[in-house]
Design a protein around this ligand. Structure first.
Ligand code: ADP
Length: 331
């Protein structure tokens, strides 16, 4: 039996706009059923890459296959097998939840015999079954996003593209959206390709690619990425900081410093080191915390930009979405 094709296979993909090399030869593979996070600072080339995978932009060179189909030569096959949930709201506010879904089902040529069952299943999944016959304009932002996700899934796509699916939503709605994503992956083996500026959310992905200046700078599991960054951070409260710093240097060869009022240093396997410290440090310890490198540290080390920058980008897109929404409301 020939093995099933990967969900996404990208080889030397390039996209230039005049002099701008938006995507500069990226290659990667996403296996079926994976939740794949696509991260990077603003202008890194993420949207351009996604647009090529979704057949909304034509590659300048290189190839990409989605669900086994070539994005240029088999564009319609690709489109039939993907679902899109982008930031621009595209629901019709005057129509009910069910009417919006039915429109989409007809557009995708879903077998009329199964439409109702599939709509019910998706509305149940995103907890909107009881609002099914109400106009979307009465829905909160979180409910609309959930309905967009239900609609993106209606035609059972093999690959679902989610662009910042939880941006601007409250923590409770964000975590319920993650529950649907995981439920879906388990029930239907759907591959999820998502962008996010939330590092806690990136943490939930099976693997993450970080893109910067048109290239993929690293691709691995969140655990491996953090491990590669290295040592744990240990923060100590002590009765005598200067004496503690001197002892750390003399006995352990560790250079500690005072950061935000506490003795701070980096060491491999921090949790194993702390008990030794308690035994050998001749200064009273009043508090201790050990933290592993976070994805923030990973992001920073590969892109040179801080998460704060990335968050600012996030707010930027949200503002743009709000401006669009307001422009729509005035029309
Ligand atoms: P990201 O999604 O990571 O923020 P983009 O893919 O939107 O990045 O942009 C990558 C680069 O390509 C940027 O320099 C951007 O200005 C440029 N770019 C994107 N789309 C176009 C376009 N249609 N025409 C010209 N330049 C573009």
């Amino acid at each position: 039996m020939t093995p099933l094709p990967s969900a996404i296979e990208v080889t030397d993909l390039v996209k230039t706009y005049g002099d701008v090399e938006a995507v500069r030869g990226v290659s990667f593979t996403v296996p079926r059923g994976e939740v794949f996070g696509f991260l990077g600072p603003n202008g890194a080339g993420k949207s351009t890459t996604i647009n090529m995978l979704c057949t909304l932009a034509t590659p300048t060179s290189g190839t990409a296959r989605v669900s086994g189909f070539d994005v240029v030569a088999q564009r319609d096959d690709v489109r039939r097998h993907i679902g899109l949930v982008f930031q621009d709201p595209t629901l019709d506010g005057y129509l009910t939840a069910t009417q919006n879904l039915r429109l989409h089902a007809e557009l995708y040529g879903i077998d009329p015999g199964v439409i109702d069952a599939r709509m019910n299943q998706m509305l149940e999944m995103v907890d909107l079954a009881d609002r099914r016959d109400q106009p979307v304009m009465t829905f909160s932002g979180g409910m609309r996003r959930r309905l967009e996700i239900a609609r993106g899934l209606l035609h059972s796509p093999r690959v679902l593209f989610l662009d910042e699916p939880t941006i601007g939503l409250d923590p409770q709605t964000r975590s319920s959206i993650w529950r649907y994503i995981r439920a879906l992956q388990e029930a239907e083996g759907t591959t999820i390709f998502m962008t996010t500026h939330y590092m806690d959310e990136a943490e939930l992905c099976d693997r993450i690619a970080i893109m910067d200046r048109g290239e993929i700078v690293v691709l691995d599991t969140p655990e491996a990425l953090k491990a590669a960054v290295g040592a744990d951070r240990v923060v100590l409260g002590t009765a005598d900081d200067d004496a503690a710093i001197a002892t750390l240097r003399e006995r352990f060869g560790i250079e500690a410093s005072i950061a935000e009022g506490a003795v701070t240093f980096h060491v491999d396997a921090g949790e194993a080191f702390v008990p030794r410290l308690f035994a050998e440090l001749n200064v009273a310890i009043t508090s201790v915390s050990v933290s592993r490198p976070t994805l923030d540290d990973v992001f920073m080390s590969y892109t040179g930009s801080t998460i704060r920058d990335a968050e600012t980008d996030g707010v930027g897109s949200m503002n743009r979405a709000m401006m669009r929404a307001m422009a729509g409301a005035r029309r």
